[in-house]
Design a protein around this ligand. Structure first.
Ligand code: ATP
Length: 358
């Protein structure tokens, strides 16, 4: 299957007075998977529809598969874009068989070729045995795979998935996600998928583009986005975050957890460039798993709540200065509610956020 990269540059879109996208740019490496992660209503689906050609931007350019699809001078029709899309509700035709659903985008091909493409696509998603069934008689996970088979049967250069797991109940979601992950790895097709779920974005995305209010606020590998979020909002959106008050002097920060070096200060002015000689008030990003909890009758913090998840435990700890910290420890709880503890920072050098910005 041919793979391609995607390049979206400076795309804006309004619906009447509602400005949905404000100069959005993003790119996907050939064969890569980009997770477009953002809260409800931030413009994710609109952006996907613009790439598919189902919506026209007000300005900007869209290129994929080495071709310009939209610019001031180009307008490639959706069916000629070689872009396959799986819609949020899958949009299957209940009155057609599984095979006929998958054949839907192949009507212009000779019958033999269409049949062989349908068979290939169904084999790829593991539904070859169910070709003659009605989609309604199949499970949610199977229906999702029909929609995927229908999108890949025309051999698109780019695959777009809109909230691929939102139609599945929680019990099924993790399993189907792993199946989809395996399939995408096997297909090697350039993919963009939309999600509001950070875990989904991190698990499936080679890169994550975080979108907020129609703007990409961060674009990078999941590990980089998690370790070094662009701002406080991203820090809290992509996982559990403690934002601990600190006093920054040079490259060191003093907090209730002690004094330690920071990796960077956001907004991203270089540390060396700071001319401010006096300590500066900052918030330090401390991930819950970077904290070590030790029962200690003379500790200055105490446990307010214990949440046992099986694989780990989250303990809510009130510090001597009144801050409430989330601490994630592997395995079973190490301290009960009401007990005194000490909390120490065990993580990599954290990020600090200046107070005068959001
Ligand atoms: P969700 O996760 O809830 O689907 P989203 O991030 O995908 O959200 P969009 O569906 O892109 O967001 O919608 C962004 C904004 O654009 C919303 O305020 C929505 O109401 C508005 N919008 C989307 N399509 C249209 C349309 N055809 N006409 C008018 N407004 C629209």
């Amino acid at each position: 299957m041919v793979t391609a990269d995607v390049q979206v540059a400076d795309v804006t879109k309004s619906f009447g007075d509602v400005h949905v996208l404000h100069g959005v740019s993003l790119s996907v490496e050939p064969g890569g998977t980009l997770a477009l992660l953002g809260p409800s209503g931030c413009g994710k689906t609109t952006l996907l529809r613009i790439i598919a050609g189902l919506e026209e931007p007000d300005s900007g350019t869209v290129a994929a598969g080495g071709r310009m699809l939209f610019s001031e001078t180009e307008r490639v029709a959706p069916e000629r874009r070689r872009v396959g899309m799986v819609f949020q509700d899958w949009a299957l035709f209940p009155h057609l068989t599984v095979a006929a659903n998958v054949a839907y985008g192949l009507r212009k091909l000779p019958r033999d070729e269409a049949e062989s493409r349908v068979a290939d696509a169904l084999a790829m998603v593991g539904l070859a045995d169910l070709a003659g069934r009605s989609p309604e008689t199949l499970s949610g996970g199977q229906q999702q795979r029909i929609a995927l088979a229908r999108a890949i049967a025309p051999q698109p250069a780019v695959l777009l998935l809109d909230e691929p797991f939102s139609n599945l109940d929680a019990a099924l979601r993790t399993r189907v996600r792993t199946e989809m992950h395996q399939l995408l790895a096997e297909l090697g097709i350039t993919t963009i998928f939309v999600t509001h779920d950070q875990e989904e974005a991190f698990v499936l995305g080679d890169d994550v583009a975080v979108i907020r209010d129609g703007r990409i606020v961060q674009h990078g590998p999941p590990t980089a986005v998690y370790a070094c979020p662009a701002d406080r909002w991203v820090a809290e959106f992509v996982g559990d975050a403690n934002l601990v008050e600190g006093s920054l002097s040079g490259t060191f920060v003093a907090t209730v957890l002690g004094r330690f070096p920071v990796s960077c200060v956001m907004p991203a002015d270089a540390l060396e460039a700071r001319s401010e000689p006096r300590p500066e008030a900052v918030d330090v990003l401390v991930r819950p798993e970077s904290l070590l909890l030790t029962p200690d009758t003379r500790g200055e913090a105490h446990v307010e709540l214990v949440e046992f998840y099986g694989h780990d435990t989250v303990t809510l700890v009130r510090t001597r200065t009144g801050e409430l910290l989330r601490v994630r420890s592997p395995g079973a709880p190490v301290a009960n509610r009401g007990t005194r503890v000490t909390v120490s920072y065990q993580g990599p050098e954290p990020v600090a956020y200046r107070r005068h910005t959001m």
